[in-house]
Unconditional design. Structure first.
Length: 405
């Protein structure tokens, strides 16, 4: 059995697991920390009515060959691209298994998906089974229709299962998105990686596990991108900013600058942005009537002249925002940089110019939207305006790569 290889922990972080043991890693740079415990039972959604009935938790048969030395899948439902899979049965079939914990609005997860797609294409007929365990961060990510849309949008063809109750997440003692666990055909955990990057290293581990199992990959070229290219002028990038009070009302939160936000949950407040020329980075600011909710900050009235807004001063090259329409009605958001429309060179992939020259984001589904992509990293004032009371902001994320979100 190959010894477990771990990724070197960033400064100040505990080392990853010892050989053959799945411990609780901390989220490294490039990953998003997940919940320390399972979400409370209250308010959980049951699997949608159209969930795949084959996805009920299955009991593995007694193994006749290698014994699984990692946790078995627990509580997975809504399988996509395959029937329900049993980890120990895959090991019995001489399959190497790569488990990827992800959620579809996580920008760190999204950045890794091209590499997962490539590994599936290269190795799925050479003994590798990739299973994307979709562990939702937000309540709307539990919806099967939303996950199906994301799988189609990202062109994922490997097996996906919904871990809406975080049962498999807890079984693996996982703590971050994305997280990858490579299990060899001997049933042992060979390698794990948390966050982005180390793509060549991960692929080498995949190839080694396949070769040890007797699969021939000698004619399959190894990838060459270990980490995505970052802006050469990078020194710092703005942290992820959450809208809801579940994240703001804790020691790691305080993303909302204005003190009125913290006077109580689920309150509608008429905010006044008194010094828009003096915004600090790493916070967001409000103008107009807004309601703080558990997972989002919600525009709480209809307007006519885009007078209400949420603003952020950021340091990055790209900006993304997670938005869910409160109701099933599309709406527009006007995006401004330093009080002006974005230029063609600054438009994110989901933003376009309307017939009035404004840079506009059309929101029609709950997901992450790419709104700004600058030629280079810099410090800027960003404003999002909407007349709709359907506008709910869950999170802003920021990037420093030369391409992509």
């Amino acid at each position: 059995m190959a010894a477990l290889q771990t990724v070197a922990a960033p400064e100040g972080e505990e080392p990853a697991a010892s050989a053959g043991v799945v411990q609780q890693p901390q989220a490294p740079s490039g990953g998003t920390a997940g919940p320390a415990e399972a979400p409370p039972a209250a308010g959980r959604s049951a699997p949608p009515d159209d969930a795949d009935p084959r996805a009920e938790p299955a009991t593995a048969p007694a193994p006749a060959g290698p014994t699984l030395q990692t946790p078995e899948f627990e509580g997975l439902s809504g399988w996509i691209n395959s029937d329900a899979l049993i980890l120990s049965a895959l090991i019995q079939q001489n399959r190497v298994v790569l488990i990827d914990f992800w959620t579809y609005t996580c920008v760190n997860c999204v950045r890794t998906l091209p590499f997962l797609r490539e590994w599936h294409e290269k190795y799925s007929d050479r003994g590798l089974t990739i299973i994307g365990v979709h562990a939702p961060e937000f309540e709307f990510e539990k919806d099967r229709t939303n996950v199906l849309g994301a799988v189609e949008r990202f062109q994922l063809q490997y097996s996906i299962a919904q871990d809406n109750e975080m049962a498999t997440w807890r079984a693996f003692r996982n703590r971050s998105w994305p997280a990858k666990y490579l299990i060899g055909t001997d049933g042992a955990l060979r390698y794990q990686h948390f966050g982005e990057g180390a793509y060549v290293e991960t692929e080498k581990e995949i190839r080694g596990a396949l070769e040890d199992a007797g699969w021939d990959v000698s004619d399959v070229p190894l990838g060459t991108v270990d980490v995505q290219e970052v802006d050469p002028n990078l020194t710092v990038v703005t942290r992820e900013l959450y809208g809801g009070y579940q994240q703001n009302y804790n020691s790691d939160g305080v993303y909302a600058w204005q003190p009125e936000y913290y006077q109580g949950p689920d309150r509608e407040v008429l905010y006044e942005d008194t010094r828009p020329d003096l915004h600090a980075t790493n916070f967001w600011y409000l103008q107009g009537l807004w309601r703080n909710e558990a997972e989002a900050i919600v525009h709480a009235r209809e307007t006519e002249a885009y007078e209400d807004y949420i603003a952020v001063r950021f340091v990055a090259r790209s900006v993304n925002v997670v938005i869910q329409p409160v109701r099933d009605q599309p709406f527009d958001v006007v995006i401004e940089l330093a009080g002006r429309p974005l230029t063609l060179e600054e438009l994110g992939a989901d933003v376009s110019h309307d017939d009035q020259g404004r840079s506009v984001l059309h929101v029609d589904e709950p997901r992450m939207y790419a709104i700004v992509e600058l030629p280079g990293i810099g410090e800027h004032d960003l404003t999002l305006r909407s007349n709709s009371d359907n506008f709910a902001v869950f999170a802003f994320t920021f990037g420093a790569y030369t391409e992509g979100p």
